[in-house]
Design a protein. Sequence first.
Length: 231
Amino acid sequence: MKLIKFISRSTNYSRRDAEKLIKSEKIRVNDEVITQYSYSVDPASDNVYIGNEEISKKENKYFKFYKPKGYVCSKKDEFSKTIYDYLGKNYLYLNYVGRLDKDSEGLLIMTNDGDLQYKLTHPSYEIKREYKIHLNHKLKKEDQKKILNGIRDNGVILKADSIKKINNKRYILSLHTGRKREIKRMIKNLEIRVLNLKRIKYANINIDNLETGEIKKIDNEKINKLKDFLK
């Protein structure tokens, strides 16, 4: 893992703050002062220090959080309230898995396990996500075919793995990619608008009966199954 990423995930420092610490020669890995931003560390075996204080290898925690609308997925934002403003400072040590837009809601996995976060978001692992969407018009059969076959948008192909109809204007979409505003871009190309988007599943973690704004620990059994799947 890159040193900058390790610092930002293991502390309350941002990546920019981590860069400043490295530049000012305040970061030491084992017995060596590191000045290279691209330096890689092994979180399991390397000892990383800020000054003389070691960055502790924290116990990994796993939560699922029902993100409400109106909050951005960021630790800091100049213009909008963040999910950490909602959750409070006690959750700053956690990172979110899978960004949701400000006007979207639903499941976020929250963890301080950097390795799991990496695997859940890296395209090579093709992690399945499910979303419940409400549209202003129903999808015609040809619209659904386009979504399944792929729609070109800004030079990339966007497509869903499956579509399940709930009623004329509500559907469940499944996909394994995490491009920015992917579903809304697909639907917009069909000249249809998404009225509401809610993520209901990420990998093997379901939102279940979680209430809006509620955060809850994930069962160890589910986390262990997920880790086994990602090996």
